[in-house]
Design a protein. Sequence first.
Lengths: 93, 162
Amino acid sequence: MTIVLSIGAFINFLVIILGVPRALWKERPSGSGGLIWWASVTLLVAVFSCVSLVAAVGLASSTSTAAHLVLVLAVLFILWMFFTRRTPSHSIR
Amino acid sequence: MDGSLVSFGNWLQNRSFALAVATSDWAYPFVQATHFTGLSLWVGTTVATDLSLMGMGNQYQSPLQLLNVLFIWNWIGFCIAVLGGFLLFSASAATYLINPAFLVKLGILIPVALILHIVIQQRMRQWAQQPGRPRAARIAGLVELLFWISVVTAAVAIPYFA
């Protein structure tokens, strides 16, 4: 169970570390300032997703059934949200 | 698995930057203030957009127009909050990694709220083309608001589980 939930947590990690920068790339402000802004956000999304992965693995390795159930629901909810989202047709700015 | 997480926490909190934050008289409160400043900016701009999606506030400005104004500041707030949060976490990582409130906050609530936030920002353009406020937009705004309230509640609960 711990291994299955850890794999789910790792999939969440991949969705966040790859999906968020990709979504923000389309909406970044124009010019070099926009590129710096996007790179900063991407770096900190990477930091956040690593700590989040460690926390999710911590929950997966706990013995609480409630924690396991909520973690499964969270993984399924994230995958459902991410893979059913619409891509914007033009940039915000 | 628990042992290796605690080992990782011990390794992280013995790095020089983590020791500097943990042992200095002024660094920890300064980093904490920075984290709260970023959090206020991130959650404040997010809640403003969510309330607008729910039909509250200035009716002459659409949620999309509000998002356009707040978008950059919203993500700058995220960066400041994560930077401060990581430094606070690294100062006593081994303690945080066995704290249930911290694990629920970082392992479940924030990842779900973050992906929901991205999805809402992308869907907002689609909702803006529809007359009035679509029901999906109102529900999405409410759900995201509830998630961020849960995140703040979990954060406040962390010391009580220490």
